[in-house]
Design a protein around this ligand. Structure first.
Ligand code: NAD
Length: 526
């Protein structure tokens, strides 16, 4: 486990002056604190512009050889790393210590997801997605169009603090499999997991400089936007807009995975106990610090009271605290708040809601009885209206507002009024109706009678619409976006003789007879 004053464990670039500002820790360093205990667990040097420039030079030099390898050789590399991640108890320990989540969520969600996404992109689906595609043109039937996918070069992956593995290294798997070099800039709050993976990469002797980690603050992310060939960003809307603006100036592509206000709609014919269990899990997993979490429940009036009571019972049974060793961790459901400002946001949204008539059904306050950690009680608000802050702004914390609606139509209207469109969930026993309503929700993905599982179905694209993002992760789409396309037009092998004949008719000098033939064709074909 990294400990106090240890230097960053990424390869030391040339010495450069330390930065003069500090968001976390002293000048030039990042102090990492365990949010569940308040204990300081590590201090690492913050990377600077010069580190980022040096990393980019190394990545550019290394990438062509990596990009030229076959899919199966790259796949072997990433599978070896994934197995090392799975078998490294230290990694899970670091992940828990810097994020404050229960052991179950670190290993059962983050490590599991990393293995699953690696399995998908290193397997047959990944190989197929990257293969050349040959298309047969209609008008020029004697030609063949071959679509070739090339790596874009160096992809900068910028990650948030809520999932130090799943939204950081695991998002590097697709760009790496597409043949790019990757520079990962984890959140300044949780860089230790990514640094551990860089260490595993080196220990395994995997190709040098293809995957590098730069622990640092926003300034380093900004430099990546100035230097890399593409940015894969996960984080807040505010930062996402800055990243997009920078990429726009440089005309380089970016993928933005931003926040959400995901609705969970409960219709009167739903299996209410199942819906309540799902609402509570998707609302309070990792203390609500999950991008596709249920941010608001829209429940039909006729079942609202019973549903709210079922949620209250579920929440009362939750066990909160610091993670325990795996053999005892059966005792913890809800961990700590990783990013302290989330507490203030939860408090202010609760205060606004209560002042405007909402009722606190469970929770509603910080926990001071759990030692030095930052904990907030899982909170349910009833009688919430769509205009309250908690219904409109992303909470990203342990607050679950319940809004009563007349019917499914009103639920859709309220859900779609949000400028955000990440994820959604619909509960009804009538699956066809659920699917029909799902199609009308303005979000990137919807689960009918389930929650959060859309993140783990790696075969299908997952991303935000409206202000929740651009681009996707997962599926062939999530791999191909890390490639630039090149089209090569060739003659059909049996029709090479046609090309010179057509060229004579189409090219200079223009002939009236050729135009007559073209006119005849346009009338016949279209
Ligand atoms: P954030 O925007 O504050 O930071 C994200 C990353 O951007 C950090 O690494 C940060 O150092 C870096 N950064 C800061 N300024 C930058 C700049 N000018 N240029 C480039 N990089 C810069 O977000 P956060 O607080 O770490 O994450 C929480 C947010 O992330 C929530 O809104 C949550 O919904 C969202 N999120 C979305 C998804 C998704 O898949 N859609 C997943 C997880 C989290």
């Amino acid at each position: 486990m990294p400990s106090g004053n240890s230097p960053p464990s990424h390869p030391a670039p040339a010495p450069v002056p330390a930065p003069t500002t500090s968001a976390v820790g002293t000048t030039g360093s990042l102090v990492i604190v365990n949010p569940a205990t308040g204990a300081r667990i590590a201090e690492v040097s913050a990377s600077t512009r010069a580190h980022a420039e040096a990393a980019l030079v190394r990545a550019r030099a290394a990438q062509p050889a990596w990009g030229a390898l076959s899919h199966s050789v790259r796949a072997d590399t990433l599978r070896r790393l994934a197995r090392a991640i799975r078998d490294d108890p230290q990694l899970t320990e670091i992940l828990i210590a810097e994020s404050g989540k229960p052991h179950y969520e670190a290993e059962g969600i983050e490590v599991f997801y990393t293995l699953e996404v690696t399995r998908y992109y290193t397997g047959r689906s990944g190989r197929r997605a990257l293969r050349d595609e040959v298309r047969r043109p209609f008008a020029f039937a004697y030609k063949r169009a071959r679509i070739v996918q090339h790596p874009r070069g160096v992809v900068g992956v910028i990650g948030p603090w809520n999932w130090p593995l799943l939204n950081n290294f695991a998002d590097c798997v697709a760009p790496l499999m597409a043949g790019n070099a990757v520079i990962l800039k984890p959140s300044e709050w949780t860089p230790m997991t990514s640094l551990r993976i860089a260490e595993l990469w080196r220990t395994l002797g995997l190709p040098t400089d293809i995957f590098q980690v730069l622990p640092g603050r926003g300034d380093v992310g900004q430099v990546l936007g100035e230097l890399c060939d593409m940015i894969f960003f996960t984080g807040s809307q505010n930062t996402g807009r800055k990243v997009a603006a920078r990429c726009g100036e440089r005309l380089i592509p970016c993928v933005l995975e931003l926040g959400g206000k995901s609705p969970l709609i409960v219709l009167s014919d739903a299996d209410l106990p199942a819906a309540a269990r799902a609402a509570v899990w998707s609302g309070f997993a990792h203390s609500g610090q999950v991008c596709i979490r249920t941010e608001r429940v829209l429940v039909e009036e006729s079942v609202a009271e019973r549903f709210t009571e079922l949620c209250r019972i579920e929440v009362e049974a939750l066990r909160q605290g610091a993670a325990k060793p795996p053999e005892q961790d059966d005792g913890i459901d809800v961990g700590a708040i990783t990013f302290p400002p989330q507490v203030t946001r939860a408090e202010s949204q609760i205060a606004d809601a209560v002042a405007r008539g909402a009722r606190v059904i469970a929770g509603g306050e910080r926990r001071k009885d759990l030692g030095g950690g930052t904990f907030f009680r899982p909170t349910i608000l009833a009688d919430v209206t769509p205009t309250m802050d908690v219904s409109r702004e992303e909470t990203f914390g342990p607050v679950l507002p319940i809004i009563r609606v007349r019917d499914a139509e009103e639920a859709l209207r309220v859900a779609n009024a949000s400028p955000l469109g990440l994820s959604g969930s619909i509960w009804t026993r009538d699956v066809a109706r659920g699917r029909a309503l799902a199609r009308r929700l303005e979000v990137g993905s919807v689960c009918v009678n389930d929650v959060l599982v859309n993140y783990f179905v790696v075969e299908a694209p997952l991303g935000g619409v409206k202000a929740s993002g651009l681009g996707v992760r997962h599926g062939p789409e999530g791999l191909r976006q890390f490639c630039r396309l090149e089209t090569i037009i060739e003659d059909h092998p049996l029709l090479r003789w046609v090309s010179p004949l057509v060229a004579r008719q189409l090219m200079f000098p223009y002939r009236r007879r050729s135009l007559r033939v073209l006119r005849w064709l346009m009338r016949k074909l279209y």
